[in-house]
Design a protein around this ligand. Structure first.
Ligand code: DX5
Ligand code: ZN
Length: 222
């Protein structure tokens, strides 16, 4: 079933020197969840942040849901560290782990919500057998690695397909879309069935977080 539509700013495009303040500001401006991109210069050609930074955000007083998007390989060893750091959701790419079911179970054993992430060229079928066990399905609308890329419109039919698959299960599974989402295409992504919208550069490169997030929210609500 469709969940309340929310914006999850990706901190990949934030100023890391003032990260706590950046996160506080986007939450104040109407964002509901923080998207936390973890890259390892191996699974994807970029290197970002890990559990230490997440734990610092919690110590800074951030209580909002934190949606960790793992673009790393292997996955299993780091799960416990993210649980201790205070992650809410952990999403991973199925090709990054030898046993997808085992990784799902491990994340649940650590009391976190679990998501599976599909690259733009991966069919929905790759996630279907796991869908009933997920809290979130993450459909990438760019190839992971960098912020600021253009939305790949070929992904739109897969969003519709995923919406139907989730509705058929009648479970509270979030359908999240990540990559290239801006104020001028978010309405279309919502129309295709997404309820959780990641936006990095569109928010953090804007002069005014409040106006940008309000504008996006207006287009996805109702
Ligand atoms: C891409 C990341 C995204 C990225 C989105 O590898 O997974 O979360 O930060 O950034 P924008 O919104 O700029 O495409
Ligand atoms: Zn991401």
């Amino acid at each position: 079933m469709k969940q309340t539509a929310i914006i999850a700013p990706s901190i990949l495009s934030a100023n890391f020197a003032t990260l706590g303040e950046e996160v506080t500001q986007v939450l104040k401006a109407g964002a509901s969840m923080i998207h936390f991109d973890v890259m390892d210069n191996h699974f994807v050609p970029n290197l970002t942040i890990g559990p230490l930074v997440l734990s610092s955000l919690r110590k800074h007083g951030i209580t909002a849901d934190i949606d960790v998007h793992l673009m790393i390989e292997p996955v299993d060893r780091i799960i416990e560290d993210f649980a201790k750091a205070g992650a809410t959701y952990i999403s991973f790419h199925p090709e990054a782990t030898p046993d997808v079911r085992k990784t799902i179970d491990l994340i649940k054993q650590h009391q976190m919500k679990v998501g599976l992430a599909l690259n733009p060229d991966k069919p929905l079928e790759n996630a279907l057998e796991f869908l009933p066990d997920l809290d979130l399905l993450l459909l990438m609308s760019v190839f992971p690695g960098f912020g600021g890329q253009s939305f790949i419109t070929d992904v739109l039919p897969k969003i519709t397909e995923a919406r139907q698959a989730i509705d058929a299960l009648n479970k509270p599974i979030r359908l999240e879309v990540d990559g290239g989402i801006k104020a001028d295409n978010i309405a279309n992504v919502a129309k295709h069935g997404a309820d959780t919208f990641v936006a990095g550069s569109a928010i953090f490169q804007a002069d005014n977080y409040q106006t940008t997030i309000n504008d996006m929210l207006k287009q996805i609500q109702g």
